[in-house]
Design a protein around this ligand. Structure first.
Ligand SMILES: [Zn+2]
Ligand SMILES: [Zn+2]
Length: 166
C-alpha cells in the first residue's frame, strides 16, 4: 500500500481509504486490550474511565486494578495495568466499529453495606442499554463486594450503566 509508506497516522489513513471508497482494503490498527482466559479480548476504547489509549500511547487512570466481565464465558476477573496488551487488529472494512466498553455499577445488597462495585464489559458497538443489561444478567448471577458479601446481580442492585465508544 503506497499510502502506508507516506507515514500517515492510522486515523488519517483510514479516513483517506474510506473517502476513496476502497473500503475492502484491510487496515491494521493498534488497540489496547485485556484478554480473558477463554481468549476473548476486551478492547479498551480511546477514552474511558480506564484511561486514554490513543494509537501507540496510553495514559492510565487510577481506576486500576479494574474488574472485567467477559461476556463470552461469564468469567469475572480483576486485572492490573500490567495485564493490558497492545495489539493490532485488522479491519477489512475501515468503517467497522470496535465493541463498546460498558461501565456498570452495582450496589451491594447486604444489610447496611451499600458498597459500590464497578465492572467493565465489552459488547458489540451500538447496542442499546437494555440489550447489554440482559446479556450481563444472563452471564452474571452474583458479585462479591470488597467486604466479601455475595449479592445478586439484578435490577435492584444495578445503579448505573454507561457506554464508551471506540
Ligand atoms: Zn472469557
Ligand atoms: Zn457488601
Amino acid at each position: 500500500m503506497v499510502l502506508k509508506s507516506m507515514g500517515l497516522p492510522e486515523r488519517e489513513l483510514i479516513r483517506i481509504l474510506s473517502l476513496q471508497g476502497r473500503a475492502m482494503i484491510p487496515v491494521s490498527r493498534p488497540v489496547y486490550q485485556i484478554v480473558c482466559l477463554c481468549k476473548s479480548p476486551i478492547r479498551l476504547p480511546r477514552r474511558s474511565p480506564l484511561g486514554r489509549f490513543v494509537d501507540l500511547g496510553c495514559q492510565y487512570m487510577d481506576t486500576w486494578p479494574a474488574t472485567f466481565l467477559c461476556i463470552n464465558c461469564g468469567r469475572v476477573s480483576e486485572y492490573s495495568v500490567d495485564s493490558v496488551q497492545d495489539y493490532r487488529v485488522t479491519l477489512t472494512d475501515p468503517s467497522e466499529r470496535l465493541p463498546d466498553l460498558w461501565r456498570i455499577d452495582f450496589e451491594c445488597a447486604h444489610e447496611n453495606c451499600g458498597r459500590m462495585n464497578t465492572i467493565y464489559t465489552s459488547y458489540s458497538a451500538g447496542f442499546p442499554e437494555a440489550a447489554v443489561k440482559s446479556a450481563v444478567f444472563r452471564k452474571l448471577l452474583t458479585l462479591q463486594c470488597s467486604a466479601g458479601h455475595s449479592f445478586e446481580v439484578n435490577e435492584r442492585t444495578l445503579r448505573k450503566m454507561e457506554p464508551f465508544e471506540w
